[in-house]
Design a protein. Sequence first.
Length: 320
Amino acid sequence: MKPAPALQKHFLQIKDLRAEEYAYLFERTRIIKTRFKNYEKYQPLADRTLAMIFEKASTRTRVSFEAGMYQMGGSVVHLTTGDTHLGRSEPIEDTARVISRMVDLVMIRTFEQAKIERFAAASRVPVINGLTNEYHPCQVLADIFTFIEHRGARGGNADPLACLQGKVVAWVGDGNNMANSWLQAAEILGFKVHVSTPGGYEVDPAVAGVKDRSCYAVFDHPLQACAGAHLVTTDVWTSMGYEAENEERRKAFVDWCVDEEMMAAARPDALFMHCLPAHRGEEVTAEVIDGPQSVVWDEAENRMHVQKALMEYLLLGRIG
Ligand code: CP
Ligand code: NVA
C-alpha cells in the first residue's frame, strides 16, 4: 500500500495556491531544472502513476507531463475522450472514482472548468488542470518562472517573487483562459496586467475569478497596453473549442497583432511570451516571435520543469 498523498490538494486554477507556495515551487523548479541540465538522475516519484486525460489536442502539455513523470521515475497513462467511456457519457464522477483508485495523480485538459471541478470533487488523488475553457494555470506557472529566470536576482537565497513586484504585463488579444490565469497570478503575486482586447472579447472579472480590480487595467488600444510593459504576451485569436467563430474573430482581432511597434512601446528590455501554438501574421508577427526579445522556447521548455516541481509538491509535499 502506498502512503497517502502528503496533501490532498488540487491545482485547478492559479488561486488554488498561495504566494508562499509559489515561491517554494519556483525555487524547487530551479533546483529540478539544474539537476536535469546536469544529467543528474532524480526519481522521487518511482512507483507513482499519472493519468492524463485529453479532451482537446496538445503537443506541449502532453510531452511535458509525460517526459517529466518518466524522468521522475513514475509512469503515465494517456487517455482521450475517444478511447474512454468519457466519450460515451459515463458520468465524470464515476470516471474520477475509478481512475483515482488506480493512479496517484490526474491531469485533465477539457472544456468547461465545471467538469474538472466535478472530477476533482470525486477524486481520491490530486488533480491538475492541463487547460480548460476558463484557465490554463500550468502555462502561467511556466511563464512566470521564465520571467524570473530572465529578470530575477541570481543566487540561492534570492526571493523568486521579488522581481515580480510592481511589474507590468501587457496582455494583447483574447480575454481567454490564459488572460484569466494571468489576472489571478497578478492578484496573488503583486504585479499588474494591462489588458487590451477587441470589443466583445473582454476579460470578465467574475470568470477570471479576481476580487481585486487593481490587479489589472483595461486599454482600448493595444499600443496603450504595451506602453512601459516589462512583458508583452498574447495567444491565438481562436482557442480550442471556439473554431466556429474563427472567421468572425479574424476580422475582430486584426489590430491585435503584436508587432515591432508594440514591442517598441514597451520597455527596451521587455520580454515577449506566447504559450504556443502560434500563428505568425495573426496574433504576432514573425519578427517579434522570432526576434531577440522573444523567450517562447524557454517558456515551452519550462512547462516540463515547473510541472515536475508541481507534481513533486502535490505528491510528496515540501522536500527537506
Ligand atoms: N501551450 C500549450 O498548452 O500547448 P499545447 O496545446 O501544445 O499543450
Ligand atoms: N488559449 C489557447 C491556448 C492553447 C495552449 C486555447 O485554449 O486553445
